[in-house]
Design a protein around this ligand. Structure first.
Ligand SMILES: Nc1ncnc2c1ncn2[C@@H]1O[C@H](COP(=O)(O)OP(=O)(O)OP(=O)(O)O)[C@@H](O)[C@H]1O
Length: 339
């Protein structure tokens, strides 16, 4: 554990959320001022992350950041961190040498989402169904987007401790007769159906195709956004069923994660997809599946579920952490580099 005198970050602090497609950056100049956001950068437009930071941030301001805290999609091991779904390799030692920084910390992107849910305002979230968040109790965040990210946020020793994991890869199985008809047609990964085979953009398409195959009809939709748009508008029968079942499975997995973390503080749906299928999540399927956890039905009824609507939730999480690292139990070993 870092000593408390080592915990803080010197201002100005560059924060960044590096996804497969988009990279978002902000600079925090001091403890109180609102962070300055920079235009979203398409990762495909730059060969390296250092070039993107130079052109997209440093060349656009006279403020020279001293510290950087970056959230990346991918495991953080060693001094060279390759990103999932993007050819960039993050090299903190090169950043210290070339970008004028003297402190670089790299965290997991879902850890940043978890940091965000510690301090979301009411305007940044929409509640689905009943339940009430209990102060100081654990929370969970699930994010169906390009993949399915999951992280817990545990409250202990007066701090919020993010627990990043691989919860998106838990097993998912059929429960009803109808699901038994559909499941044999779900594309598998090495023989099994993990939650991510269904609960992400690619997974929604996989589910739609499996429904078509179970019913012996040819699939006509080829893109996850088409499936959700036609399904929500009830223009296509298989797509409408896919969206309802997607909501059921998301409720089921969200409920499992709530049980694992005893998340009386609430379950939060982040990632790109929940906001786009909000009307479906407000339907009966999501919450019914979430609560259907005998023998813990009444516990589940008391746990609230939210869709995160903050457009830059991960950056907001990093910003809270950057300003008050002592409020969070974020491990720094092996992922903080200093001059
Ligand atoms: N309207 C929609 N309905 C369902 N899925 C959609 C919709 N629009 C986009 N998608 C799917 O959502 C996924 C992208 O999710 P998201 O926007 O969360 O990206 P991300 O994982 O955060 O990516 P990045 O790496 O850019 O941060 C893609 O699989 C895309 O096909």
């Amino acid at each position: 554990m870092a000593r408390s005198s080592d915990e803080h970050f010197s201002f100005p602090i560059l924060i960044g959320d590096i996804g497969g497609t988009n990279a978002r950056f902000s600079i925090i100049t001091d403890q109180h001022t609102t962070p300055r956001d920079f235009p979203i950068i398409q990762t495909a437009n730059y060969a390296t992350i250092d070039e993107a930071i130079q052109a997209g941030v440093l060349d656009k301001t006279s403020v020279q950041p001293v510290s950087a805290i970056l959230a990346v999609a991918g495991p953080i091991r060693g001094d060279e961190i390759p990103l999932t779904n993007c050819p960039w390799v993050v090299k903190p030692l090169d950043m210290l040498a070339n970008l004028g920084l003297s402190d670089v910390m790299i965290v997991n992107d879902f850890e940043a989402q978890a940091l965000a849910i510690a301090s979301l305002g009411d305007e940044d979230q929409i509640q689905i169904g009943r339940g009430e968040s209990l102060q100081g109790h654990s929370k969970v965040v699930l994010g169906p987007g390009t993949g399915l990210g999951v992280a817990g946020l545990v409250h202990a020793r007066h701090a919020w401790i993010p627990v990043p994991g691989e919860g998106g890869h838990v097993d998912l199985g059929p429960r009803s007769d109808r699901e038994n008809e559909i499941f044999p047609h779900i594309e598998r990964i090495e023989g099994r159906v993990s939650a991510e085979q269904i609960l992400c953009g690619r997974g929604l398409l996989n589910l739609y195709r499996a429904i078509c195959a179970a019913d012996g009809v040819a699939p006509i939709l080829t893109d996850p956004a088409e499936v959700s748009t036609s399904g929500l508008a009830n223009e296509n029968k298989a797509a409408a069923e896919a969206i309802r079942l997607f909501s059921t499975y998301l409720g089921r997995v969200a409920g499992d994660m709530a049980l694992v973390f005893m998340a009386r503080g609430g379950v939060y749906l982040a990632g790109g997809i929940p906001q786009k299928i909000l009307p479906a999540l407000k339907g009966p399927e999501f919450r019914a599946a979430f609560e259907d956890k005998a023998p813990h039905g009444s516990l589940m009824q008391s746990i609230p579920t939210f869709v995160v609507t903050h457009p830059l939730a991960a950056l907001a999480g990093l910003s809270s952490y950057a300003r008050m690292p002592g409020r969070f139990g974020v491990a720094t070993e092996g992922r903080r580099w200093r001059k």
